[in-house]
Design a protein around this ligand. Structure first.
Ligand code: DX5
Ligand code: ZN
Length: 218
């Protein structure tokens, strides 16, 4: 089993002070920094792109875990790699040629992830398993922070865990993760937990530290 990782999503941070927020969650004990990139096309919301990632890169030396909710994704992979992302995750639903997208990420020297919406069956990753560093299972429909966890995804986590076998692949979950839901996803086999609203609630660095500790303790 792989180490448990907590990856706060800066989607729930104060965007007017983004660099300070990244530095604060770094100091508060974040393992990875989760970056939600949305295009208003694949998902019904728009966030930020490579220039913002580049601007905050200096605020933390932790792993930048970039979740691309953009369609198409291939034309932008190089820009996100150059901006300083360490893990680049694409949605299986947002690329016509998933194998090609994953090869492109690896060719840029980055870790490659694939994300699946709650309704997407896990079989889509069967023939690309050997190209993967991470599988990101959405536990909400992507687009917004603060949505309710979808419990049906727990079965999918367990199936993906079985498919992966002893390959060194992280299973990440994203959406509605809190001290209440974290034990369920970890029991099912997830090891990387994205949390936005549950980490940033309260709004101060002391809250971030306590909020992450509460998830870890759970
Ligand atoms: C949803 C994003 C998530 C989101 C999670 O589209 O991918 O990363 O920020 O937010 P919470 O933890 O508030 O559900
Ligand atoms: Zn995300």
């Amino acid at each position: 089993t792989r180490p448990i990782v907590i990856a706060p999503s800066i989607l729930s941070s104060d965007f007017s002070r983004l660099g300070d927020e990244v530095a604060a969650i770094d100091r508060a004990g974040a393992d990875w920094i989760h970056l939600d990139v949305m295009d208003g096309h694949f998902v019904p919301n728009i966030t930020f792109g490579p220039p913002i990632v580049k601007a905050i890169r200096g605020a933390s030396a932790k792993i930048f875990d970039c979740h691309l909710m953009i369609e198409p994704c291939d034309p932008y992979l190089e820009a996100f790699a150059e901006a300083g992302c360490d893990i680049i995750t694409v949605h299986a639903e947002a690329t016509k040629h998933l194998d090609r997208s994953l090869q492109a990420i690896k060719a840029l020297g980055k870790k490659a992830g694939v994300s699946l919406n709650p309704s997407t069956p896990e079989q889509v990753i069967e023939y690309v398993l050997d190209r993967l560093d991470l599988v990101l299972l959405m536990t909400v429909n992507p687009g917004f922070g603060g949505q309710a966890f979808i419990p049906a995804v727990c079965d999918k986590i367990a199936r993906v865990k079985a498919m992966i076998g002893d390959r060194p692949i992280d299973i990440e979950v994203d959406g509605g993760i809190s001290p209440k839901t974290a034990p369920k996803v970890v029991a099912a086999g997830a090891n990387a937990l994205v949390a936005g609203s549950a980490v940033f609630k309260g709004g101060t660095p002391a809250h971030y530290e306590a909020n992450m500790a509460a998830i870890r303790d759970a």
